[in-house]
Write a new protein. Structure first.
Length: 138
């Protein structure tokens, strides 16, 4: 198991006036040194285990469907989000019924269908094609 990431706290109470700035600078230097030694980890997305998940363009959504199933709501395709991507990874959980991807408001489709069933461990990358909806390679 990896060591917990060190992160300084930007506010230190009870210090003499002006001392906080120097201490925060020292903590930032320690944090930078540790990041160089350990390598900087990309921000990982949380693992969603609830019944409803709201996905946003540009996001990796990691899911673990519960026994009663999971709904992943994505925004409608639009001129504003054309070419943007949503990645959905089923990485754990119960695969029957699994997860269902649906467009909020039912405007547009996903590869021509109203919903997308995800009932296997997999990664799906959806790409907005504007108003017609979202598409992915099969």
């Amino acid at each position: 198991m990896a060591a917990p990431r060190f992160r300084y706290r930007p506010a230190l109470t009870g210090l003499p006036k002006g001392a906080e700035r120097d201490i925060v600078a020292q903590f930032k230097a320690v944090q930078n040194d540790l990041d160089q030694i350990r390598g900087v980890q990309a921000n990982t997305s949380p693992l969603y285990t609830g019944r409803i998940v709201f996905a946003h363009a540009g996001e990796l959504v990691r899911v673990s469907p519960p026994a009663e199933g999971q709904l992943i709501a994505i925004p409608a395709g639009s001129p504003e989000n054309i070419t943007q991507r949503i990645q959905i990874a089923v990485v754990a959980g119960v695969l029957s019924p699994g997860a269902t991807v649906s467009i909020v408001g039912g405007k547009g489709t996903i590869n021509g269908a109203a919903t997308l069933a995800l009932n296997s461990y997999r990664l799906v990358e959806l790409i907005s094609c504007g108003e017609p909806g979202w598409f992915f390679s099969t």
